[in-house]
Ligand binder design. Sequence first.
Ligand code: ZN
Length: 126
Amino acid sequence: MEGDVCRLCGGDGRIGNALGRSTATCPSCHGSGRRADTSSGFHDVTKTKPSHFRPSAAEASKGPRGPTTAEGAQLAREVSESTVLGEDAKARLLVEIVNHESTHGRCTQTFIKKIRKQARPGQPNL
Ligand SMILES: [Zn+2]
């Protein structure tokens, strides 16, 4: 069942915002903690946007560990959708992405390749 846990809130059904003001019901799972039926709404919106600017980026930026750049968001998405990484590794890489962004102001190509290699070891770099 772990694969069904909402990746935005981690199954809590709530997210704290970065300012620590309060917790809000998770917009991805609406408080259920499950990914459930969010995927359908997801894809419709993406069709009107460039592939690197997914709604998940905006969602992630609301959470405590969201990347701030489009590259970072895309990378975070690849990490969270990775089939080879465990939950621990995913969380660690997401933190790495956020830290890298705050240090460099963006994701460097070298960094993107490095993360991508871990998230999708079988795939050639795009
Ligand atoms: Zn959620």
